[in-house]
Write a protein that binds this ligand. Structure first.
Ligand code: ADP
Ligand code: MG
Length: 331
């Protein structure tokens, strides 16, 4: 953690100190709003309509949503890059209005676009960034970061000679020079191939194991499911769901079996009624069940014991994609 973060944690400053109940949170956002004033006659855009977010320290938190939902706006406000219109936000216990310097010191952000000067080496870039953040030479972690991100070999090579994956890792390094307790990645794997994606995920996990709170925005559901322990889904500037990934998935813990019987069924046998089966139409029986509670084999056994011959059978399964589409609409 940087001096800024630590010092101010110690001497408090504002009345709400990092260290009290709120400080169990890495991020605390209440009623956050943002309206972009349209320049040159363009209409104003209400990008955030009053969002609340509580992000635990130590978590890997996913901010999910379709394009234009307000993900980048949210994290750019937290990082001090965009000015909010209303609401309150705390970063590591520091109010971004009352304590902007400390709040900024506690967050590192990796932008979506890869942009940097191709004529600097990774080592030079990290040193320059550390200088920008005012990190004293003795406190710099250039070698440690290069090592951590598997860039030691390329420390003194020109950036233009780095692969796409190396460039992304270098951007993570740049965001970490001031040792912030929170690292924000804006769409870290957009347009990145699957192998590289796995590598980046491993890097993110490793940083998290070392105690860094990670916030990432993504529109890849698989990424959120794989990495994040908590997820907020935002749509049109509003939070439409916020829960642990396992709770969200549990909500979707539902499979559907459709059975076409050999003979038309007049009435459902009692055993099937207790399984929650329904007769659809003359075409068949539908059984909804939770795979976490019951096995398909058991259900099929019950069906056959009740004397129903199966002519055909199909199953449907819901996943994060379903709930996402359900919540954000299929636009
Ligand atoms: P996301 O990151 O989820 O794709 P953004 O936060 O970038 O969404 O954008 C949210 C909304 O705000 C979008 O409608 C976008 O067009 C608009 N927006 C973003 N930045 C600006 C800006 N600088 N000026 C005007 N409108 C903007
Ligand atoms: Mg964005």
């Amino acid at each position: 953690m940087t001096d800024d973060c630590e010092k101010s944690n110690a001497d408090g400053g504002s009345d709400k100190k990092a260290g009290d109940v709120t400080s169990a949170l890495a991020i605390d956002v209440v009623g956050l709003k943002k309206t972009y004033q349209g320049g040159g006659g363009a209409p104003a855009k209400e990008a955030l309509k009053g969002i609340d977010l509580k992000i635990r320290r130590g978590s890997i938190f996913g901010l999910l949503g379709p394009n234009g939902a307000g993900k980048s706006t949210t994290i750019n406000i937290l990082a001090g890059l965009v000015k909010k219109s209303a609401g309150r936000a705390e970063v590591w216990g520091f109010d971004i209005d009352e304590n902007p310097r400390n709040a900024k010191a506690c967050i590192g952000i990796v932008p979506q676009e890869i942009y940097f000067d191709a004529y600097f080496t990774p080592r030079e870039m990290l040193e320059q960034q550390a200088g920008y953040y005012g990190v004293a030479r003795k406190d710099r972690r250039t070698d440690e970061l290069l090592e951590l991100l598997h860039l030691s070999d390329k420390a003194d090579a020109y950036a233009r000679s780095l692969s796409g994956g190396m460039k992304r890792r270098l951007l993570v390094g740049k965001a970490m020079v001031h040792n912030p307790p929170i690292l924000v990645l804006d769409e870290p794997t957009a347009g990145v191939d699957i192998q590289l994606r796995q590598q980046l995920w491993n890097n993110v996990r490793k940083l998290n194991e070392q105690g860094v709170t990670i916030i990432l925005t993504t529109h890849y559901l698989e990424e959120a499911e794989e990495l994040c322990d908590e997820i907020a889904i935002i749509n049109h500037g509003e939070v439409v769901a916020c829960d642990s990934t396992s709770n969200l998935l549990q909500q979707m813990d539902e499979k559907i079996i459709r059975i076409r019987p050999m003979e038309p069924i007049g009435e459902l046998p009692a055993t099937l009624q207790t399984l929650g089966a329904e007769i659809n139409d003359e075409l068949g029986v539908t059984i909804r069940y939770r795979p976490s509670e019951r096995e398909l084999g058991h259900i099929l056994q019950q069906v056959s014991q009740s004397g129903i011959g199966i002519a055909d059978l199909s199953t449907e399964e819901s996943d994060l994609e379903d709930i996402f589409l359900q919540l954000t609409g299929n636009e």
